[in-house]
Design a protein around this ligand. Structure first.
Ligand code: APR
Ligand code: ZN
Ligand code: ZN
Length: 361
């Protein structure tokens, strides 16, 4: 039987979000209904609300979540009712060319639940990133659920559903940071700080944090950065070269998404180094570079999509490391809030002192 739950809905472009009654259908083939326990507030939710992603209003927001599987559709075998899971927004098909070549993080055919959740009047909701987890329960594809150790706090587990995974994965998966490497991280918000954590985890000897805000640099240091550069007052490329005997960093991770920081990342790496782009630019942004520099600076320029993660491999591993005390994912949870506070959390995002506000249910 379809169920009624409370959920945070963005009704139209730039309109404030509202807590509404959401109808969640029974799971069909390949689907699961999850009782949401925690869901982080991400910039992408704000972009949905602002109409920056598409116009398929109304949206059911929230996509960085963990919870317990309540029921599954007829043919679902990988997860069962009672399982504690983290949701992911790239359930891969296993069959396309990318999947068959062993690079499922590039899957061409990711999938979500096929049924729609609706408002009470029958209006279909678009679930943010195919999840819609600012709600007491949500309907997803079973492939979007990854089982992890249920003893971890849900507010911590949910973080791996998006930003923190993107940052850690940028370092360990895309950047392939190795033991003894020097890593520079440009932009130390939630994603950049997670890249700091990932770099340390991978054995980096030095992690140079770059930001324009001293408060952010302080936090980055508490996450494991060994050096900090305020790029408002100091040229970060010069500073990074100075710290590396003139060579540049082995891996530079860009976690802002702006032309000037893309440029800094390009020039701050060692000639044979790797630039990892995890900051997402907007369509009108452009960067002009001398071709001789593009040619002359070898190495690699890679973008990182969701930290090139493989949820079934990475989520349980990172939860295990957290439970062992070897990484502290709890440090990313700045505050826990209720469903009614999401609008306020969007406002706080801009003040610069929140890594993650997490809705806890
Ligand atoms: N140079 C260095 N740092 C900058 C600059 C700049 N020119 N401009 C902004 N920053 C810093 C901010 O001070 C902040 O600490 O970048 C950080 C951005 O952090 P958040 O706004 O918290 O964003 P976050 O969630 O970390 O995401 C960063 O990664 O996945 C993408 O879409 C995401 O593009 C976004 C980026
Ligand atoms: Zn695929
Ligand atoms: Zn997100």
């Amino acid at each position: 039987m379809a169920q009624q739950v409370r959920g945070v809905v963005a009704p139209g472009k730039n309109e404030p979000v509202r807590v509404e009654t959401v109808i969640v259908p029974d799971p069909g083939p390949g689907e699961a209904v999850v009782r949401v326990q925690a869901c982080g507030v991400c910039h992408t939710d704000l972009h949905y609300k602002q109409g920056g992603i598409n116009d398929d209003f109304p949206f059911l927001l929230g996509h960085e979540a963990a919870g317990v599987v309540e029921s599954v559709g007829p043919d679902v075998t990988d997860v069962a009712p009672g399982d504690f899971v983290i949701l992911n927004w790239r359930a891969v098909c296993g069959k396309c060319r990318a999947c068959r070549r062993g690079r499922p993080w590039y899957c061409f055919d990711t999938h979500n639940a096929t049924q729609k959740m609706t408002l009470e009047d029958g209006t279909e909701l678009s679930a943010a990133l195919g999840i819609g987890a600012f709600a007491e329960k949500t309907l997803v594809a079973a492939g979007q659920c990854t089982k992890v150790d249920p003893s971890v706090a849900p507010a911590v587990a949910g973080l791996l559903g998006c930003g923190v995974m993107a940052g850690i994965g940028a370092a360990i998966n895309t950047g392939q940071v190795g033991r003894g490497d020097t890593v520079a991280v440009i932009g130390c918000g939630g994603v950049g700080d997670a890249a700091v954590v990932g770099s340390r985890l991978a054995g980096a000897a030095r992690v140079i944090a770059v930001d324009i805000d001293d408060r952010k640099l302080e936090t980055a240091r508490s996450m494991g950065a060994t050096h900090t550069v305020n790029s408002r007052t100091t040229d970060p490329v010069e500073a990074i070269r100075e710290l590396t005997g003139g060579f540049g960093a082995d891996v530079v991770i860009e976690a802002v998404g702006r032309p000037e920081t893309y440029r800094q990342a390009f020039y701050a790496r060692d000639l044979a180094g790797t630039v990892v782009l995890v900051g997402v630019p907007t369509p009108e942004m452009k960067l002009e570079l001398p071709l001789l520099d593009v040619f002359g600076r070898g190495g690699a320029l890679k973008s990182s999509w969701y930290g090139d993660c493989l949820p079934s491999r990475d989520f349980p591993m990172l939860i295990d490391l957290h439970q062992q005390g070897r990484i502290d994912l709890g440090a990313f949870v700045t505050e826990t809030i209720g469903l009614d506070d999401v609008e306020k959390a969007f406002a706080r995002m801009h003040e610069g002192d929140v890594l993650r506000s997490v809705v806890v249910l």
